[in-house]
Write a protein that binds this ligand. Structure first.
Ligand SMILES: [Zn+2]
Ligand SMILES: [Zn+2]
Ligand SMILES: [Zn+2]
Ligand SMILES: [Zn+2]
Length: 506
């Protein structure tokens, strides 16, 4: 059964109660014996083996049932004539539909609501966004939301949840005139709002480029803890340097991925999309390895160290992701993955063995709950590749938390970087969510390298990673021009000075 996490849902211009209700109906339908039986048929191993396609219509029907069952509240709300939003009387930031306005709803909203109420009283303003008078431009809005965010973190003494971040950083206002009341949401994405039809039209061209991505970001299925679609069969590899994630996924699995809004309205469609996105981490590794000369002999062993790893990263290295790896690197038979990070839970070695494309494959997954510095002090390492996913080397994204003196679980990278750069002869690959982040990560690396007389050379120079995730995320850093971002958006592979000779750099 899927659990619902309302904290994953953030639109400030949609009634969150409606979205929550819809997902609860979906959850209830999951328990319905009739539908449950169909699901059991789906889960039958033997049927799954050869009839993967037959599963889809059943799932499809199941979703349609639920949509009918739930009265598809979201669709009701987002029909042609958009509903005027009703603002929470206390904080003025959360919006509701007409039927849910004023209802005492059990939503994770109270904490934030009370702080914003206090703020309005102390400053004698009628809306939290009027901190510096009426909003007149984007710059002023960014400054205001940045300060509100800091105030909330200081008052709550904790980092904000994804939902709270969304409500503060992307509040409800007219995209054209910055009006704060009598707003209606975009009927397609439910991610932006307007004060009038006239202003909606004025912004049409500008909004068009973002609407579909916002629609995916605010997709209600995001609330469900969806498992990725299990993929058993893998077909073809391709030239990674001239392709991208969706194409590589399609060639590997023969499954279609589409961002078409109709398809993402179904659970199966959204799940497929999210599954494809989950291959971003392994595919980025595969791309980084194209810069390493791997000897072509069956039985080859590859050792990859994932530095600063967290629990969430482990789910991107399931058996299907590993098969994708062996598909691209057919001659590799032994893959050792070392996950090293303070936030990891201690656990034992995991050995995975399977036959794939005519060869016996062995994957050894090991996790070490410690910093990379502690790790290299204790163990001898011999990596093929070092990987850092979203390391935030300059600790940019936690700046607000640091200012507010909140303990965040990110550790200081300095000692780690020294160890990483001293692993001579090894390419280092890191990903960043934004260009600003990518540049500051590079700067942090250069500073440490300079100090230790190590020359570094970057391969990608802050170009977008073709194997970035496809599920859009929002950037919660105020003042950054990239508002929609993706996992592993930028990929950088760097080499330290002594190793350039033996590697094939394109
Ligand atoms: Zn509602
Ligand atoms: Zn409120
Ligand atoms: Zn307006
Ligand atoms: Zn839209």
């Amino acid at each position: 059964m899927y659990s619902i996490d309302i904290n994953q849902y953030g639109s400030s211009v949609q009634c969150c109660v409606c979205v929550y209700d819809k997902m609860q109906a979906l959850q209830a339908a999951q328990l319905d014996p009739e539908i449950k039986n169909k699901e059991d048929v789906n889960n039958n191993e033997q049927q799954l083996e050869n009839k993967t396609n037959n599963c889809l219509p059943i799932k499809q029907q199941y979703v349609d049932d639920v949509d009918e069952l739930a009265g598809s509240l979201q669709n009701v709300q987002l029909r042609e004539s958009p509903q005027t939003l009703i603002t929470c009387k206390i904080c003025k930031m959360q919006q509701y539909c007409l039927s849910h306005a004023g209802a005492d709803v059990d939503m994770p909203h109270r904490d934030m609501c009370l702080v914003l109420q206090e703020l309005q009283q102390v400053l004698n303003i009628s809306h939290p966004l009027l901190l510096h008078g009426a909003i007149k431009n984007a710059h002023q809005l960014h400054i205001t939301t940045g300060q509100l965010k800091l105030a909330l973190i200081v008052k709550l003494q904790r980092p904000l949840s994804p939902r709270e971040n969304d409500l503060i950083c992307y509040p409800a206002y007219c995209m054209v005139c910055y009006r704060l009341e009598s707003l209606t949401a975009c009927t397609a994405c439910g991610g932006v709002a307007y004060c009038s039809g006239e202003h909606r039209q004025l912004d049409e061209v500008n909004h068009k480029s973002m609407c579909n991505s916002l629609r995916i970001y605010y997709n209600p299925y995001k609330l469900l803890s969806l498992e990725p679609e299990p993929i058993k069969t893998f077909y073809e590899s391709l030239d990674l340097q001239s392709s991208h994630l969706v194409e590589a996924f399609h060639r590997a699995t023969h499954l279609d991925v589409t961002s078409d809004p109709q398809s993402l309205k179904t659970l199966a469609g959204y799940q497929r999309f999210a599954t494809c996105s989950s291959f971003s981490c392994i595919a980025s590794i595969c791309l980084a390895l194209t810069h390493v000369h791997l000897e072509c002999r069956p039985g080859k062993m590859v050792k990859i160290y994932i530095v600063g790893a967290g629990e969430e990263q482990l789910k991107y290295f399931e058996e299907m992701h590993l098969k994708f790896f062996f598909l691209q690197y057919h001659d590799v038979c032994i893959l050792e993955l070392f996950f090293v990070g303070q936030r990891l839970l201690p656990r034992s070695k995991k050995l995975i063995q399977f036959m794939f494309k005519g060869l016996q494959r062995t994957v050894i997954k090991q996790t070490y709950a410690m910093t990379f510095r502690q790790f290299t002090d204790t163990y001898y390492i011999h990596p093929t590749l070092l990987v850092l996913y979203h390391p935030d080397l300059a600790q940019m994204s936690t700046l607000t938390e640091q200012l507010a003196d909140i303990q965040s679980d990110d550790h200081c990278w300095y000692n780690c970087l020294v160890s990483v750069l001293q692993a001579h002869g090894v390419p280092i690959c890191y990903t960043s969510a934004t260009k600003v982040q990518a540049r500051s990560d590079y700067l942090a690396l250069s500073v440490v390298a300079d100090e230790y007389d190590i020359n570094i050379k970057s391969v990608y120079n802050f170009t977008e990673n073709p194997y970035r995730g496809i599920l859009p995320q929002r950037n919660f850093s105020p003042n950054d021009s990239e508002t929609l971002i993706y996992a592993n958006n930028y990929l950088e592979v760097i080499f330290s000075n002594c190793i350039l000779v033996s590697l094939n750099i394109n």
